[in-house]
Design a protein around this ligand. Structure first.
Ligand code: BT5
Length: 321
């Protein structure tokens, strides 16, 4: 908390010095305590100049993921109230689900530098190399019917795609229902899990994995996975992408929950779809079918023309072209 406040003060006085005394007065702590935090921040990559008579001045900041920067990005956000930043965890989805079991939990962003047991759908594994990507989960309590939860996956997909494009200038596509595609390969996967009663959601967890700065992947996914760096040829700033994502996600979430507007998301998803207007294979369990992918409807279902030439809505499955 104190760290976050000090970073905020330095950021507001960006071009000016702020004295150690002033900071210690505002924070109501000793000047030594301030000095200790300043040193910690320096170790984390914040370039803070100090002058004996003038105080401290922020020259530049690391801008990498950390608890304070995420808190600053979320301050005033009424959709996500809390952030948990972890160095290492088995799975951010598992962590978020545990929080979801607590009574009156707050909507929370859980984010980790690495996952030791990152999960995909159906118990598949998700490669989550340390500091190489964005491994995060959003714990929410959306006031929508459980039958409409698939909307949340598409909402997250739209927000991820738009945030990556805005932060990097790259051009991503969305592969229904849960992949973000860059250069025909998977750059992000989304895993939605929830606990629900018949007519209401207890909690919903949106797990999002974005490959950012990897140059290599485990052999078994090398052919189908890519990172922003692989395509853009440079390192990308993860904090910037997360901040952009939160901003866009919150906008779409408010539209859905407060104004019952999901059309804006669908319009984006259809425009950026990697799989519409063509024949695709849809696999659900052991069942694989060749169909024509026609549209995505208001509920987030994939509308296909099936083997008998009839229109059909598909709720779940895996699409490949
Ligand atoms: C997904 O599953 O695409 C959902 C992935 C969700 C990951 C996030 S990270 C934060 C949060 N915490 C978690 O534990 N999970 C979420 P699915 O559609 O089933 O795809 C999984 C398949 O993608 C694997 O079987 C691999 O073939 C491939 N894969 C694994 N790691 C990958 C990676 N880093 N990039 C691209 N593809 C990968």
């Amino acid at each position: 908390m104190m760290r976050t406040e000090i970073i905020k003060m330095l950021q507001t006085h960006r071009h000016d010095y702020i004295s150690g005394e002033e900071i210690s007065k505002i924070m109501n702590v000793s000047r030594t305590a301030v000095w200790k935090i300043i040193n910690q921040l320096r170790q984390e990559g914040y370039d803070i100049e100090s002058s004996p008579h003038k105080g401290y001045r922020l020259v530049s900041q690391s801008c990498d993921l950390n608890q304070s920067e995420l808190e600053i990005a979320l301050s005033g956000n009424d959709v996500i109230k809390r952030v948990v930043y972890l160095q290492s965890i088995d799975s951010t989805n598992k962590y978020a689900k545990e929080l979801g079991h607590q009574e009156n939990f707050e909507s929370t962003l859980v984010i980790a530098e690495t996952q030791t047991l990152g999960r995909g759908r159906l118990g598949r594994t998700w490669a989550s190399g340390e500091k190489q990507g964005i491994w995060m989960s959003l714990l929410l309590k959306p006031t929508i019917q459980p039958t409409l939860a698939a909307r949340m996956t598409l909402l997250a997909a739209a927000a991820v795609s738009e945030a990556i494009d805005a932060a990097t200038g790259l051009c991503t596509f969305i592969k229904w229902p849960n992949d973000i595609i860059l250069d025909d390969k998977k750059v992000c996967g989304i895993l939605t899990e929830m606990s629900a009663e018949l007519n209401h959601i207890n909690y919903l967890v949106l797990g999002i994995g974005i490959n950012v700065n990897q140059i290599e992947f485990p052999a078994e996914i090398q052919e189908k996975a890519t990172s922003l760096k692989n395509v853009g040829g440079q390192d990308y700033n993860r904090l910037e992408i997360v901040v952009k994502f939160i901003e866009i996600f919150s906008k779409y979430y408010r539209l859905l929950i407060e104004e019952n507007d999901f059309g804006t998301v669908i319009e984006y998803v259809v425009r950026k779809s990697a799989t519409l207007d063509r024949e695709v294979d849809v696999t659900a369990g052991a069942n694989k079918r060749r169909v024509f992918a026609k549209d995505i409807d208001e509920n987030g279902n994939l509308i296909v023309i099936n083997e008998s030439g009839e229109e059909e809505a598909i709720f779940y499955g895996e699409v490949s072209v």
